[in-house]
Design a protein around this ligand. Sequence first.
Ligand code: ADP
Length: 434
Amino acid sequence: MGISSLFFQALVYSLVIIVIIASLLALMFGGSYLFAHAMIWPLYAIVVFVAIVLFFIGRLFFVEKRDLEQAKINLTKLLQLSEKNRLEAITEKDKTITVINTLTDGLIIINERNEITSINPEAEKIFELDANKLFNKPLQFLVNFPKAVPVAFVLNSGLSNILRREIQLSKDFVIEMSVAPFNLGKNKVGHLVSLHDVSREKMVEKMKTEFVSLAAHQLRTPLTVVNWSMTALLKGDFGKLSDKQSEVIDDTLHNNDRLITLVNNLLNTTRIEEGKYLYETKMADMREIVNFVIGGYGSDTEKKKIKIEFKSPESFPSTMVDIDKMKIAVQNIVDNAVKYSNEGGKVIISLTSDEKNITFKLQDFGMGIPKTQQVNIFKKFFRGDNAAKMDTAGSGLGLFMTQNIINAHGGKIWFESEEGSGSSFYFSIPILVS
Ligand code: ADP
């Protein structure tokens, strides 16, 4: 409360008190005269009424003035606060803009109506465009800039379907695009599209792939020659061998076979990576493919006394399949089941179908896959800790290839596994007729 309003309040109250005292004094001294003229009560009433009215007028005036002053103070404080907040918001906005502009990755911000609200300088550079021409324009406008066309097509296919995608913008320029929705509280307010240049990583990867491919090619021929020679020796083509000699050569042949498998796997992997793993599909019966693969098992399953069960269904639809590749896929799954089962184990294989798909299932009761490692199972060169201890010779390429083969047939592969209890591997492929 201000000094002036206090003074005013004192003044009003003093005035009221003076009026009351004055009227009482008038009553005391002039009372007899007034009594005599019977005027005392109306006069008294008028004095009290005037005093009350004065009191209320003063109070009303005072309270209103005080409230007004208080409101003025509050308003000033509010204005100061909102100005402070405004300045803070501007500073924060400037900071965010600076961060976005100095990012070494490209960034596009899209609002909830799929309009472009911001493009940072790196994204401008990547797409060779002028951000001002796209400000508040629908996402589709990106197609007007030739460099951005591949990205525009992917983005226009639906933002929520994209998480991370590699996109080739030109021969030596590959970006990794990530799309993330961003929320304010519980409301979705748009998407952030970040663009990371992975050209260098891709180039190094390509060089590695080419090197592995070359090395594997060079290794295959001598290994095949060793295989022929060992087989000829074992058959006695160069004279009879002693038991010990046969045993040593048999062992060498077995290891050489493993090397050939590894080299073939490496070659297939490099072909998959180079996009050269061509598929030649023709109508085939999956029952025959499974039977062919199982028929090839001899020594390994015998040594470990593992029983492979396959109840071939009576009638089964044929479908378009690359037979050789499908054999590799099925073989990798069966191989693993045999490798990672304990002695005396059992492997159960089944084939089922509905109108649209064929589903393969293999169940084993072996070592299983630790929960924490299950996400990595289809990655190139990944081997589970327990598997690497049990079988030291694996390469971690089998399931990577299998997944690629199944995907190339338009199918999907998955598994369930519990460490110590066993695993079930499934894949399904669509029924396609030529
Ligand atoms: P490799 O068998 O040569 O190690 P794969 O790509 O075929 O490579 O398999 C990758 C990993 O998946 C294996 O190392 C193993 O840890 C796990 N795995 C695959 N199949 C099984 C299975 N049936 N039982 C237990 N682990 C398995």
